[in-house]
Design a protein around this ligand. Structure first.
Ligand code: NAD
Ligand code: LMR
Length: 331
């Protein structure tokens, strides 16, 4: 009997020896991201000081004998790391500590993404899709996209899926339902303290959230603040930033972009605006997205009421400020 194997998908991961890397690689290699019948090549990228720890991670990947893991390369060379990549997961960067906002990291992390964007353009597969996780992820994505000359803007994404998952979980707990019952939850704007988790369009068991949660004060206040501040709360509690849930957000994002979106639903990811919903073109802003598993589109016609408009505008203004702050990196 002839056994037909799919061609391997090549996934490059930066910061592979870090906290998120450690939670992410084993899920990719086990088939959680692309399915257990899809072979995967992992190209793991670290800076020199991380290479020893990365060698240990590679030993552990070997020791799992994953059926769908085809090949593992560990390197600090960007050209080698992004060679043939179909997906580039840009995690490597410094996380914030207690008392910091994510955009306090721009000066430290921003410049990482010029070299990586250039290396992606020069070495990755033509269909490469890049997901930026390293913070501040929207503006780092903008920097990478600008540096990756020749790679279409619609192949760049920044992660707000962790925020979507957090928001669904908060709503489900408050309503006393399972998180699977919460749909149509869009995160708008920046992955930051200004992000807007849009409860006005979200649904619980197919009905408006307000049917199940009548406490408007909670929805407009505590709910939004909890989602905006969840990353900081985890840093306060753990001493380090979210890792397993962030890695899960990466798996969910890639799965959502490579499998058809359920009818009537959408998912959140930050993409390069072309002016949708009055969001300045060229900014990397989170919006409601649908896909057939191959191409994606921003969902049209989502209602933006006065409350939502003000929240979205505030987050977009922050993105505009971040863009101005990194103007020297957008060459
Ligand atoms: P970590 O410090 O545990 O690991 C980061 C790794 O990146 C380290 O191993 C480091 O050596 C490596 N690194 C640093 N600069 C690099 C470079 N130029 N090239 C390749 N590797 C490099 O941090 P972490 O907890 O894994 O978090 C990584 C990033 O993800 C942080 O910026 C964090 O704020 C961000 N994050 C984003 C989200 C999100 O939802 N978007 C969620 C959680 C964390
Ligand atoms: C998160 O949302 O958990 C991450 O962006 C880490 C952080 O700095 O909050």
């Amino acid at each position: 009997m002839m056994f037909i194997m799919n061609e391997p998908i090549t996934v490059s991961v930066t910061g592979a020896a870090g906290q998120i890397g450690y939670a992410l690689l084993f899920r990719i290699a086990s088939g959680a991201m692309f399915g257990t019948d899809q072979p995967v090549n992992l190209r793991l990228i670290e800076i020199e000081p991380g290479m020893k720890a990365l060698a240990g991670v590679v030993m552990e990947l070997d020791d799992c004998a994953f059926p769908c893991l085809n090949e593992v390369v560990a390197t600090s060379d960007l050209a080698e790391g992004f060679k043939g990549a179909n997906w580039a997961l840009l995690v490597g960067s410094v996380p914030r500590g207690p008392g910091m906002e994510r955009n306090d990291l721009l000066g430290i992390n921003g410049k990482i993404f010029t070299g990586q964007g250039q290396a992606i353009a020069a070495n990755a597969a033509s269909d490469v899709r890049t997901l930026v996780v390293g913070n501040p992820c929207n503006t780092n994505c903008l920097i990478a996209m600008n540096a990756a000359k020749g790679v279409p803007n619609n192949q760049f994404f920044a992660m707000t899926r962790l925020d979507e998952n957090r928001a669904k979980s908060q709503l489900a707990k408050k309503a006393g339902v399972h998180q699977n019952d919460v749909t149509n939850l869009c995160i708008w704007g920046n992955h930051s303290a200004t992000q807007y988790p849009d409860y006005t369009n979200a649904k619980i068991k197919g009905a408006p959230v307000t049917d199940a949660i009548s406490d408007a004060e909670w929805l407009q206040g505590e709910f939004i603040k909890n989602v905006q501040q969840r990353g900081a709360a985890i840093i306060q509690a753990r001493g380090t930033s979210s890792a397993a849930s962030a890695a899960n957000g990466v798996v969910d994002t890639v799965r959502s972009l490579t499998t058809p979106t359920p009818e009537g639903d959408w998912t959140s990811v930050a993409v390069c605006s072309t002016g949708e919903y009055g969001i300045e073109a060229g900014l990397i802003a989170s919006m409601p997205i649908r896909t057939d598993g191959k191409t994606w589109e921003v969902v049209e016609g989502v209602e933006v009421d006065v409350f939502s408009r003000a929240k979205i505008d505030a987050s977009v203004a922050e993105l505009q400020g971040e863009k101005e702050a990194v103007a020297d990196l957008l060459v």
